[in-house]
Ligand binder design. Sequence first.
Ligand code: SF4
Length: 400
Amino acid sequence: MVGNTKKETAPKQVLNPVNERITKRFPSVDRGKIWQDVSEKDWSNWMWQQRNRVRTLEQLEKVINVTDDERKAYEGSVEMFNMSITPYYAALMDPDDPNCPIRMQSVPKMGELTIDVTDLEDPLGEEKDMPVPGVTHRYPDRVLFYTTHNCAMYCRHCTRKRKVSDPSSAAQKKQLEVGLDYIRNHPEIRDVVISGGDPLSNSDERLDYIMGELRSMDHIEVFRLGTRNMVTLPQRINDDFIQMIRKHQPVFVHTHFNHPKECTAEAFEACARLADAGCMINNQMVLLKGINDDPGIVKELNHKLLMMRVRPYYIFQCDLAQGISHFRTPVEKGLEIIENLRGWTSGMAVPHYVVDGPGGGGKIPLIPEYVKERKGNKVVLRNYKNDEFVYYDSSDLEED
Ligand code: SF4
């Protein structure tokens, strides 16, 4: 059953009236016929959302008009990578448009069944840089700490398909302790990315324990929670979670909005709560063919994110993970997007465009070329409108 039908009233969250002119740009999700009778109390409860996720074809058919392609793709992919969509995120889908950006991120497509010759099982080489299970230590002063295999929703473009949704890869308590011991014994680590899966799939108690242990280590300065819950399950950012996270500041939250349609009133509220609790929120968009490979869409998304107090931080080129080649765009598309942002909008709305070096090379930034010519101490530069400007290096001037 997709949802129950008991009707109760619960107090609606009230946004600061000062922000009304901004918040009216963020529409609340339309639950449609399927969930219209679910009580406000249930709908705003993250555990209800998790329990009532859309997981089967039968449930999906109640939400959208499933195409033959989607039906075949579901049947061919469900063994490898679960389908799981929260009612909140499913309600954002266009029931009639298979190219809806929400639907493309959550409902299997036939492209998933194709393994391209260039695909890699572990595209970022995370396993080879694991000194102990669950900790990837690649860069000198920071680590990625794997805490769960669960996510609220399984994104069809996930780069960690090999582990995510697979119970055999779950981080047991013993593995967590081994990871915490590794971090404790490496004073060069100052920054920990708490990851998964989605770390917010852990209970508040477990997260409190992990963050408390990290905070007790003198060398740990900051940590980040890498979560998509503000996008797929904003109800997770409730009062208990906020109270818990306040104890562990400074906390950075790295999230993953991919399309302006995901910027709803519910997502706005979740981000506002985190920002009010002192969290700094960064967005890591993944460039996806047919979803956001358009400069206008990315600009609109980034403008909305800034209003939500979320800084557009990265645009990731789609990785070489298995079964996601249908989402890949040429590298030139990412450069075109940056070219269309830089100068044309606030610098705050211009993220870094990066390719994660396949096999474990780390993040490689790519920017359009703005140096047109260099001769001696003279550098010819172009600006965003392609107008030319000459700059002179002072070191060469001193030699003259
Ligand atoms: S939330 Fe992140 S880890 Fe989970 S399925 Fe989506 S992309 Fe993968």
